[in-house]
Design a protein around this ligand. Structure first.
Ligand SMILES: Nc1ncnc2c1ncn2[C@@H]1O[C@H](COP(=O)(O)OS(=O)(=O)O)[C@@H](OP(=O)(O)O)[C@H]1O
Length: 233
């Protein structure tokens, strides 16, 4: 026989135990473990049931947790499946990812400032690289850089010399002539001494949407004049 104040149920706090003991008559030991005997057995049963059965708020919380977990799992699966395939198939740079759908073809149509999407991608190749003569690969490199910087500058040029067939190169199965029109000489030149503010002039002029300008100074007249106008275009 144990005194009432020693009665305790697993999971019940001290306050619960006090409430619970209020409805008990006495506590006995059965096989060394406390066993509750009560004249208010239904009251104890109700108490135990209320402790074991989750309330509606707990059910709602569990449901919310399960929903959150399932949504997170779905999101992770979606990312793993679709993003990994996109990474596998799309090997362009971060700049290329900002290009409009259609890539270079669409970018070439967009009027305005020179578009980064008009950059030559690694699949750019010369149709007849050997036709460049002795200057060979380095000349080809410079030419591609030239085209890269000029964009479709030729739209606003006045002269009308077309690219020789031997110097045309393909860009996503389209020749540069088809993409950018014929390469032509520039309409205007900015000439100035070193530290004369020529860069500032260029940047101000470049703001106009109809102006296509080189990103870097070509130094044609002082360094690359021997390469000829074909290189300069
Ligand atoms: N509007 C105006 N007024 C005064 N100074 C100006 C202006 N615009 C450009 N600058 C200065 O010009 C310097 C750059 O000139 P360039 O673009 O010709 O330089 S470069 O030769 O092409 O490297 C550069 O000077 P530093 O900063 O001493 O290099 C610019 O600050």
């Amino acid at each position: 026989m144990q005194p009432r104040h020693n009665t305790w149920l697993p999971g019940a706090s001290l306050a619960d135990s006090d409430v619970y003991t209020a409805g008990l008559q006495e506590t006995e030991y059965s096989n060394g473990k406390p066993c509750i005997t009560s004249t208010h057995g239904d009251m104890a049963h109700r108490f135990i049931s209320s402790r074991s059965a989750p309330s509606s708020s707990r059910l709602n919380a569990r449901f919310a947790v399960i929903c959150t977990i399932s949504l997170s799992f779905t999101y992770v699966c979606y990312n793993v499946i679709f993003c990994s395939s996109a990474i596998m198939t799309k090997q362009g740079s971060s700049e290329d990812k900002r290009c409009p759908p259609g890539g270079l073809a669409e970018a070439g149509k967009v009027p305005g400032k020179p578009n980064r999407c008009t950059r030559l991608t690694p699949d750019v190749r010369f149709a007849a690289p050997g036709a460049q003569g002795a200057q060979g690969a380095s000349h080809s490199r410079n030419r591609s850089k030239h085209v890269l910087c000029c964009g479709n500058r030729s739209r606003y040029s006045s002269s009308s010399s077309s690219i020789p067939a031997a110097t045309e190169f393909t860009l996503n199965n389209l020749t540069v002539a088809q993409k950018y029109g014929n390469k032509k000489l520039p309409n205007a030149l900015i000439v100035g001494v070193k530290k004369g503010g020529t860069r500032a002039v260029l940047e101000f002029i470049r703001i106009h949407p109809d102006v296509r300008a080189l990103g870097t100074e070509p130094h044609f007249f002082d360094r690359h004049y021997d390469r000829g106008l074909d290189w300069y275009r």
